[in-house]
Design a protein around this ligand. Structure first.
Ligand code: NDP
Ligand code: OXD
Length: 309
């Protein structure tokens, strides 16, 4: 039996080297060189073409190469009885926290303003207050959100977070559910979105939500493109409700040529690059699950398909 690797962004040979180091004798095939589909019992995938996994009759486990599995769950043919595990690894987590810290510091230290000043040959000293004077609010307090909070706390920022179920995290105010959203937003100067995309969170970053933030708030969005109502963001920026946005994810990726986000003065675009897994680290996590599957033990990081993440 063999593992099928499917990804247009991850480097298969790096993953093969690391996986076979941890699981000697593992046969890994790289899509589209699948061979006999009946010989595939595991799949390691990022954005597999719709229907591909349904065509593997002996599939026993699906391992995602990403933390978010919304695209896979949208595939109506995704085998319902095959366990689906998302990627939780320390490199993916650490790189996301770096991204969040980088852009929180950018806003806190006025680097966005200085970039604009430079374009206009304008010399103006802007002195920030201490980090505690900047209130950062994180939407989603799971693996990524809670680690970003830990890192930001280390830099002295004032923190709050929002999740579906109530959390109790050190050094931050935690809010949950629909009732917790407005009080959470009311004191958030920089809003960070690290939510999974589900029917409940689709379109959550909209004009109503922006209206609940203090005037001049900033957005750092690294969840999924469909969380954001793009026209509402442009309207909020244009009327000064929001002062800036850093966007890593988009409804259409790559962001199409001519899209208004590319040239907007107050928007920074990154190409879905916020976080990434180092194969040396990610493969150890996947290998652990392969051993568990073979030993009939419970798999780690199983997706709850009813909840959608
Ligand atoms: P987790 O599943 O660990 O955490 C998700 C968090 O979101 C949980 O705190 C959960 O609440 C909360 N949540 C889910 N639904 C709701 C809701 N309806 N209302 C309020 N809170 C909600 O996920 P990760 O932290 O690992 O990843 C989060 C997302 O980040 C991924 O799904 C993906 O979309 C995105 N991502 C983006 C990357 C990039 O490079 N741009 C890279 C990796 C991930 P509760 O704790 O109560 O369940
Ligand atoms: C992920 C991603 O979900 O890279 O891991 O977006």
């Amino acid at each position: 039996m063999a593992l099928l690797f499917v990804s247009h962004v991850d480097e298969p040979e790096l993953w093969r080297a690391e996986l076979t180091r941890h699981v000697p004798g593992l046969e890994m095939r790289v899509h589209p060189e699948t061979g006999d589909p009946a010989e595939i019992d595991m799949a390691l995938v990022w954005l597999p073409p719709e229907g591909l996994l349904a065509g593997l009759p002996n599939l026993r486990a699906i391992f995602s190469l990403g933390a978010g599995v919304d695209a896979m769950l949208r595939d109506p043919t995704l085998p319902a009885d095959v366990p689906l595990c998302r990627l939780v690894d320390s490199s993916l987590t650490a790189t996301m926290s770096e991204y969040v810290l980088l852009h929180v510091l950018k806003y806190h230290r006025f680097q966005d303003r200085y970039a604009r000043d430079q374009r206009h040959e304008h010399w103006q000293l802007r002195l920030p207050g201490p980090p505690a004077s900047t209130r950062v609010g994180i939407l989603g307090l799971g693996v990524l959100g809670s680690d970003a909070a830990r890192v930001l706390r280390g830099h002295g920022f004032s923190l709050r977070g929002w999740s579906r179920t109530q959390k109790d995290l050190p050094g931050m105010a935690c809010f949950s559910g629909e009732d917790g959203l407005a009080p959470f937003l009311a004191e958030t100067d920089i809003l960070v979105c690290l939510l999974p995309l589900t029917p409940e969170t689709t379109g959550i970053l909209n004009c109503d939500l922006f209206g609940l933030l203090p005037d001049g708030a900033r957005l750092i969005h690294a969840g999924r493109g469909a969380h954001l109502v793009e026209a509402d963001l442009l309207a909020a920026l244009d009327r000064g409700k929001l002062a800036g946005a850093t966007l890593d994810v988009f409804t259409q990726e790559p962001l199409p040529e001519g899209h208004p986000f590319w040239r907007h003065e107050a928007i920074d675009v990154t190409p879905h690059a916020a976080s990434y897994s180092h194969p040396e680290i990610g493969a150890a996590v996947v290998a652990d699950n392969i051993r568990r599957l073979r030993a009939g033990q419970p798999l780690l990081h199983l997706v709850n398909r009813t909840r959608g993440y």
